[in-house]
Design a protein around this ligand. Structure first.
Ligand code: ZN
Length: 350
């Protein structure tokens, strides 16, 4: 038999129900404690009010800090998914991977689940989400960046407030729904996060993957440049430089990787994505990066001949171009550069 308790958060008092092992249900604030509990008990009529055990106290604390603006995806909190229909379960599991400060649309989730026509069913599953905000349905928007529905008290206002809270901790950028471009077509979107020199262990492994791609190019006799597009540490596309083999002057590593990522997402916009490339992007790739709304570019070695991130021109510093990815260069520059110089040295020897 489940137990439940109520707890304070920045958006009001929430309720939580649990069994021996997992969270059974969460309830966002209604107008009063009584209404919040009543709504919870509608689904769990035999639940009794109790003191939360340690794992629930920890969950409460983390939910509280999330709703106060901390960056915690709560992805490891145990949820009791027994009795949750299989499709709902897949939706919830997918949505749990959408971190704070990011959004995704119903349609994108459907596409990710391999059921592109199921946007409405996704919306229904999220409307019945018993685990908000641990399953962060507030991060799921309707097409075109419209906020979509929200079944908690306060409806869409609550949803927007929760998103604003998540945004608030990220930086001094404008509010989530302020930017006109975001209203037109919103992919899963990362609020422009942190500062330009942020670089973590995930970035490093992504650069290793990009180097791996560069190696593939060298094997085929192409100038060894490799690229990877990733979001939240998940690789969405990878590619290597191949203009000769593809008989395509635009087949630079970045373009190949972005094409793959766009195909994977079913969206030409790669909002919230990071692009890793072993060589400083050229003007063509910088343009494509901007059209794709890439959030961040990490590159290895500079290209004094065609580099468009500061070496020859800096297309990311020109305020007249309206999209600005954050750019970080010189990452694992030695390894990236060595691959190029070895390649050219060998070619000269032949
Ligand atoms: Zn290029």
């Amino acid at each position: 038999m489940p137990s439940f308790s109520v707890f304070d958060t920045a958006i009001g008092r929430c309720a939580i129900a649990w069994n021996a092992k997992a969270i059974v249900r969460l309830q966002l604030p209604e107008a009063s404690d009584a209404l919040t509990c009543a709504r919870l008990l509608r689904y769990l009529p035999d639940a009794t009010r109790d003191e939360p055990p340690a794992f629930v106290r920890q969950a409460i604390e983390r939910i509280r800090t999330l709703l106060a603006g901390a960056h915690d995806d709560l992805a490891d909190l145990p949820l009791d998914l027994e009795g949750v229909p299989a499709f709902h379960r897949r939706v919830y599991e997918f949505v749990r991977a959408v971190g704070p400060g990011h959004t995704i649309t119903y349609g994108e989730i459907a596409a990710h689940l391999g059921e592109p026509g199921a946007a409405r069913a996704v919306g229904q599953a999220l409307g019945e989400n018993p685990f908000a905000p641990v399953v962060p349905c507030h991060r799921v928007l309707a097409a075109g960046g419209r906020p979509g529905g929200f079944s908690a008290a306060g409806g869409v206002t609550t949803k927007l407030r929760m998103l604003e809270i998540e945004k608030a901790c990220i930086g001094d950028t404008p509010g989530l729904f302020d930017a006109a471009e975001d209203r037109t077509a919103r992919g899963q979107r990362r609020a422009p996060a942190a500062k330009a020199d942020d670089f973590g262990p995930i970035d490093e492994s992504m650069m290793h993957l990009a180097l791996e791609q560069a190696r593939l190019a060298a094997e085929k006799g192409e100038v060894p440049v490799g690229a990877v597009v990733a979001r939240d540490g998940v690789v969405l596309g990878a590619g290597f430089n191949q203009p000769i083999g593809a008989r395509d002057p635009s087949a630079h590593a970045e373009i190949v990787a972005m094409r793959a990522a766009s195909a994977a997402l079913g969206n030409y916009r790669l909002a919230g994505c990071d692009l890793y490339v072993t060589l400083e992007p050229c003007a063509m790739c910088a343009g494509a990066i901007q059209h794709a709304r890439i959030a961040r570019v990490v590159f290895g070695t500079s290209d004094p001949k065609t580099g468009a991130c500061g070496s020859v021109v800096d297309l990311f510093a020109d305020a007249r171009l309206n999209h600005h990815a954050r750019v970080r260069g010189g990452v694992m520059a030695e390894a990236c550069g060595a691959m190029l110089s070895t390649f050219f040295a060998e070619r000269r020897r032949r």
